[in-house]
Design a protein around this ligand. Structure first.
Ligand code: ADP
Ligand code: MG
Length: 706
């Protein structure tokens, strides 16, 4: 264990945060930057020069030799290109360390190798990165050295977004604008901005690195493509919140120290449901910062694991048969002066505003359920959503018993006059009950749950960026707020207009509210009756990106253009195709080079031993060995046939001349099925073949021996 330290001392020590800026920047420069940050103004070059200089000096003190524009292309992870601070050598042969305002605010990486979905012609490969001054720069230190990282947005030469951050920043602006409009109608004259706030809980698996290196499937695809369940799975519920083993605790401690230094407020850690599964949650922050921090968290989890001889698996479903990993996106709207719009409030007046906003969330989620579902889709998440595990693939909203009851009263009588727990309230046309935080009866199966003063979107995948879900949440909310304001601004009697609107919205969008068991088959039937979309895979989800409702909303609020949306759909199809192709090829490789040869050796040994025994002792009963040999040979035959089929099917898919949508669907319908058909006999073989002969670590080795 390291020497004692105080968390408060190290927190944010590698971040060019407000206090560092205040200390190091000339007063005028600091004020200009603050203004830029709070009002979204553009920074002039002179000011940028001063900031860049100070940032460089500070970074060099932290050991930095290089700087990088740190951005989030549509690969799901971050990208960076490092430049050192050195200037051209002087006549004396020495160099100076320099960093200009221009270098701080704008970069021009060659963008031709990042996914663009056809947005840029290859001859026009230039992309731009632009500083996001609302997310602070930081110095990343590790064994490889130290680098100043500047969070940036990434656009094409013609200004189209090629990343997660650009649309996110756009969506934050629009939801703020529309929410402030509504607040003004309710008499709030002080709040200037409304900031989407996000806390993303991150789930992950940890296994021994040696075991990881012995599994090609984990190395190439992040998940196991073969593997039989050990005798024990997660049925004992003994891992969730269980004591954290010392090795893991030491790892978590190191992760926390790294994160705290980078200003990431890592707060909660615990074991998750599946063996070897854990969770980390930071304290919520402004949306774009939270999205950046989540990327830092994922990078740190991976990096620190290797130092501890561990491997961190961020894939949504590394192991079949035990729970997969997600990322719960806790989302709320908070004003710059600290009012949470999802806080139920104490007085009826606040309650009216709250109820309206709540109903607007219902409207937004109901209208764009398909898009929200799409925003949480990635290749790995297909094994969670629509598989038989949390959360279900159908979007619904959980409100809790009390709120749901209030909505029901509103719909049936037009007013809600009591709250469920029997409290009497003064009756009156517009009286509404006093809400209590309903934190006790949580529904863990709901994909979108109201949890006291925030919504928890539980669908996003563990390795995916939470950028997209938040772009969607912010924008669908902006649209609902905008439509409400358009109507209310014209109303003669505001109070009764609001009242009618709440009743109308509650009635129209009640179908999205569901508090029952989301895993039950009855819910799937019921949801169908209600007309809610049930989308079971990524390829089925992608079309939601380009529907009329999606395009017109995003274009109206200038978050995405139609072309940008089409390019994103294209990128997702391409990513699906590439990922499944890699998975199929990895399976083919493992089956033909490792598994089948190992099974043949085993069968041969078995055959030889039968012969040996029969020779030595003709009376001996070798029927058990014979039965085993027959079983092994049959599965072997099955595996061989399935391998041939997978090879052919994948080849057919790979050489198919079709658009990416058709191709992706073929991979989904045919290749994935062929993969499953190969896995089944191989997993059956693993159960009967001698453990010593099996060519890779088993599930038991990997998830119970960390
Ligand atoms: P859970 O029971 O789901 O673990 P927590 O209270 O621990 O709930 O919160 C989970 C995450 O939600 C944390 O990252 C927390 O900071 C975040 N969170 C709490 N309040 C809000 C809020 N108002 N808006 C957004 N996120 C929030
Ligand atoms: Mg949670």
């Amino acid at each position: 264990m390291e020497e004692f330290f105080n968390v408060a001392d190290i927190f944010g020590e590698n971040v060019f945060n407000d206090s560092v800026m205040q200390e190091r920047l000339p007063k005028k420069t600091y004020q200009k930057l603050k203004q830029t940050i709070s009002e979204g103004k553009e920074l002039d070059l002179e000011t940028a020069d001063v900031i860049a200089h100070e940032m460089k000096e500070w970074a060099i003190e932290k050991g930095a030799t290089h700087y990088t524009h740190w951005f989030q292309p549509l690969t799901g992870i971050t990208a960076e290109k490092h430049d050192s601070f050195i200037s051209a050598p002087l006549p004396s042969g020495k160099v100076l360390m320099s960093f200009s305002g221009k270098e701080l605010i704008k970069g021009e990486p060659d963008a031709s190798s990042f996914p663009s979905g056809g947005l840029r012609a290859t001859f026009e490969a230039r992309g731009y990165t632009a500083w996001d001054p609302t997310s602070p720069a930081f110095v990343r230190q590790d064994a490889a050295g130290a680098t100043l990282c500047i969070p940036t947005a990434f656009c094409s030469y013609t200004g189209e977004a090629l990343d997660q951050k650009t649309p996110l920043l756009r969506s934050m602006e629009v939801v703020s604008e529309q929410a402030v409009r509504l607040l003004r109608l309710f008499g709030n004259t002080t709040s200037k901005r409304v900031i989407p706030s996000v806390g993303a809980e991150q789930e992950y698996f940890l296994i021994d690195r040696e075991m990881y290196l012995a599994r090609k499937d984990l190395m190439y695809t992040g998940r196991t493509l073969f593997g039989a369940m050990p005798p024990k799975g997660q049925e004992m519920d003994d891992h969730y919140f269980g004591t954290i083993p010392e090795r893991i605790e030491a790892y978590m401690r190191d992760v926390n120290i790294e994160l705290w230094k980078l200003g990431v407020s890592s707060k909660t850690q615990h074991n998750e449901v599946a063996p070897a599964q854990h969770e980390l949650a930071p304290i919520y922050a402004q949306c774009n910062v939270a999205v950046d921090h989540n990327q830092i968290i994922m990078e740190t989890l991976r990096k620190v694991a290797n130092r501890h001889g561990l491997q961190c698996l961020l894939h949504e479903k590394p192991f079949d048969g035990v729970n997969g990993s997600g990322k719960h996106d806790n989302w709320s709207l908070v004003t710059d002066d600290g009012i949470n719009l999802f806080e139920p409030g104490k007085s009826p007046h606040e309650n009216v505003q709250f109820l309206l906003i709540l109903c607007l969330v219902l409207k937004a989620v109901d209208k764009h359920a398909d898009l929200l579902r799409e925003s949480a889709s990635d290749v790995g998440n297909d094994h969670r959503l629509g598989g038989n595990e949390a959360p279900p693939a159908i979007i619904s909203v959980y409100l809790g018993e009390q709120l749901e009851d209030v909505l029901t009263q509103l719909i049936s009588t037009g007013t809600a006059t009591k709250s469920k727990k029997g409290e009497k309230l003064a009756t009156g046309v517009k009286t509404l009950p006093d809400f209590r935080k309903d934190a006790t009866d949580r529904n863990r199966t709901s994909p979108f749950a109201f949890t006291g003063n925030k919504f928890e979107f539980r669908m996003p995948g563990s390795q995916d960026s939470v950028g997209e879900p938040n772009v969607v949440l912010n924008t669908i909310m902006a649209e609902a707020l905008c439509e409400a304001c358009d109507e209310l601004e014209k109303a003669k009697d505001f109070d009764s207009a609001v009242h009618d609107m709440i009743k109308k919205l509650a009635t129209e969008h009640q179908r999205i509210v569901f508090s029952g068991n989301g895993y039950a088959d009855e819910w799937i039937k019921e949801a169908k009756k209600r007309g809610l979309p049930s989308i079971n895979s990524l390829v089925e989800a992608i079309p939601a990106l380009t529907t009329e409702a999606t395009v017109s909303m995003f274009e109206k609020f200038k978050v995405f253009s139609k072309v940008e949306l089409e390019s994103r759909a294209e990128i997702e199809y391409e990513q699906y195709i590439k990922s499944i192709n890699i998975e199929a090829r990895t399976m083919i490789d493992m089956a033909s080079k490792q598994i089948i040869p190992a099974v043949i050796s085993y069968a041969t040994e078995l055959g030889l031993s039968i012969g040996t025994i029969a020779d030595a002792c003709p009376e001996a009963d070798v029927s058990t060995q014979k039965e085993l040999l027959i079983k092994v040979s049959n599965y072997l035959r099955e595996a061989k046939d399935a391998l041939v089929n997978l090879r052919e099917t994948n080849e057919k898919a790979y050489t198919m001349k079709a658009d990416s949508c058709k191709k992706a669907n073929f991979y989904h319908d045919k290749v994935v099925k062929a993969m499953e058909e190969l896995r089944a006999p191989v997993d059956a073989l693993e159960m009967i073949v001698d453990k010593e002969s099996w060519p890779m670590p088993s599930y038991g080795d990997m998830i119970f021996e960390v």
